[in-house]
Design a protein around this ligand. Structure first.
Ligand code: FE2
Length: 446
């Protein structure tokens, strides 16, 4: 059996709703919102490739969430996104709305923007609008404004509320630059000719540009035909970083050495045109059939001088980690801190990392053998304040006990006792991304 169907990944059997969860410690009253995790977990029979393998990334989307309000944990819910496949497994009607892609599985990320809670996936399918209780309302093209899908990792400029995304699909050799204003108006700002079909998971956002990697992990039609994960390493592809002006216009390309990046930590542009990008780098991925999640990524920096057509990369640290998160108030601005998850597979043990660029060092909270963490999200204590002033929220799963808790740490005291721990009624399977959605972010929801 695949390791993605057992232990920490084992799918839940049904949907749960539990109210008035027990809390150790004191939940800060300032935490008024939803903590969620979305990830692949089959609702019924898993999706299998023709060779019998289990492509984890392609399974049904499951959202698990906890509502925090008034110093209480009001409820826990887990809900599958009502794709056609999930609806069939549950004997229900699929969520209404357009799809724009043959596969309508949505399983990668969750955001709120212009008052709408959206579950996201990349590579072609449209988002699903969720209710504040995590029910699938509809697949949405944002009132007819998204002609060709969306993206899993859009970035929002906190100064303007403007969202930027690069929508790509294996059906096209170009990506679409989608800009969504704070009021929900969509501007299709232009197309980026990719000369092929790369996996384009994340972007960076500066005050002037969208920054992205164009790398050798690319669509493979033979793998797609076999219903396997349809991307693999193509060694002959030239790797590069693209800088796309936020207002539209030609891309500036910077040649780089081959590698793979899922997640960008941050990007900074100097007034003179110099660029610095921080990201979690894999030497290669999907190149030899080995387990993609077993390959560690480490923090690297790419730097390009003004006017240069290439960027030079260097490692900043050797501690493998993934799922980087930063202070959302500082998107588009230089950031000193980021958080991430370390993993020791020999002991099935996660750690929470806080990396400080100023000192060049990372501090780790080890969770102990058999204890795993989902993505840790930094939640600011207030709309303004110091970069470390806030909480770190994450799902902590004890494998032996088969239980998960939502843990709240003081972000400035990474290794100290938790501020609060919320016991959940079920084990939350390992997923993709976690999110914190403030209650005022969905107030305008239809
Ligand atoms: Fe991601």
């Amino acid at each position: 059996m695949s390791r993605y169907l057992t232990g920490a990944f084992a799918p839940l059997k049904r949907e749960h709703t539990e109210h008035a969860l027990s809390v150790e410690g004191r939940l800060p009253s300032g935490l008024d919102g939803l903590f969620t995790q979305i990830g692949p977990a089959p609702a019924g029979q898993p999706r299998r490739a023709f060779d019998g393998s289990y492509p984890w990334f392609m399974q049904d989307g499951l959202v698990c969430g906890v509502r925090l309000r008034d110093g209480r944990a009001a409820w826990f819910r887990n809900r599958w996104i009502r794709s056609r496949r999930v609806a069939r497994a549950l004997g229900e009607t699929p969520a209404p709305g357009p799809r724009h892609f043959p596969i309508d599985t949505v399983n990668t990320n969750l955001i709120a923007h212009h008052g709408v809670l959206l579950a996201l996936v990349e590579s072609g399918c449209l988002p699903v609008q969720l209710s504040e209780t995590l029910e699938s309302i509809r697949y949405t093209d944002l009132n007819g404004q998204l002609p060709r899908g969306f993206a899993a990792h859009p970035k929002v400029d906190p100064a303007t509320g403007e969202l930027h995304a690069l929508a790509y699909s294996p059906l096209r050799r170009w990506a679409e630059h989608v800009v969504v204003a704070a009021d929900g108006h969509v501007n299709l700002a232009g197309r980026v000719d990719l000369g092929g079909r790369p996996l384009l998971h994340d972007i960076g956002l500066t005050d002037r540009s969208v920054v992205f990697f164009d790398l050798p992990v690319r669509f493979d039609v033979r793998r797609a035909a076999a219903h396997a994960f349809p991307y693999r390493w193509h060694g002959r592809h030239r790797s590069r970083i693209g800088l796309l002006p936020r207002a539209g216009g030609p891309v500036r390309w910077l040649a780089i050495e081959p590698c793979f990046v899922y997640h960008i930590v941050g990007a900074e542009e100097a007034p003179d045109g110099g660029l610095t990008v921080h990201a979690l780098r894999y030497a290669s991925l999907f190149d030899d059939g080995t387990d993609p999640l077993a390959r560690p990524a480490t923090l690297w920096e790419w730097h390009a001088e003004p006017g240069a057509d290439y960027a030079v990369a260097r490692p900043l640290d050797d501690l493998p980690h993934e799922l980087p998160r930063t202070d959302p108030r500082r998107e588009c601005r230089p950031r000193r801190l980021h958080y991430g998850i370390t993993h020791d597979s020999s002991r099935e043990q996660s750690g929470l990392l806080r990396f400080d660029r100023r000192s060049g060092r990372g501090e780790v909270r080890q969770l102990g053998p058999g204890v795993l963490a989902g993505e840790a999200v930094f939640v600011p204590r207030a709309p303004d304040g110091a970069e470390s002033d806030g909480w770190l929220l994450y799902f902590r799963t004890d494998l032996a006990a088969g239980v998960t808790a939502l843990v709240v740490l003081d972000a400035a005291d990474l290794t100290g006792a938790p501020v609060a721990t919320v016991r959940l009624p079920v084990r939350v399977p390992i997923g993709a991304h976690s999110s914190w959605i403030r209650s005022d972010e969905w107030k305008a929801m239809a």
